[in-house]
Design a protein around this ligand. Sequence first.
Ligand SMILES: [Zn+2]
Length: 142
Amino acid sequence: MNDTKTSSSPIKTDAEWRAQLTPEQYRVLRHKGTERAFSGALWNEHRAGTYRCAGCGAPLFGSNAKFESGTGWPSFFEPADQNAVATESDRSFFMTRTEATCANCGGHLGHVFDDGPAPTGQRYCINSLALDLDTESSSQPG
Ligand SMILES: [Zn+2]
């Protein structure tokens, strides 16, 4: 009985993440896992809406920034807000890549590459497991 933390905090213990997330989500978000290409639920998703962090619910990407990358992962040319997605250098696997994480809870989302389409030229290659599509908030025109 030491429950002094507020439940609204995005910072959770490892045990709390394990309890909240599915094993697959936990592996991706908390241990930088990568789902197999074309295995996720959202790479071929075309509904309008907001893609939220599967860990904390923060809005990360809008469906209007999603494009067909052909990679088998949901791909976006820009985040919903520049402050929503944090990036940092990832030097694993003998490559230097840019890791994309949720700025709110620190969950691993995927990687950012510089071969995306206009107008940003960036490709946010994101695991479906790290995202939840919220179609109910798609009230913007268009
Ligand atoms: Zn998050």
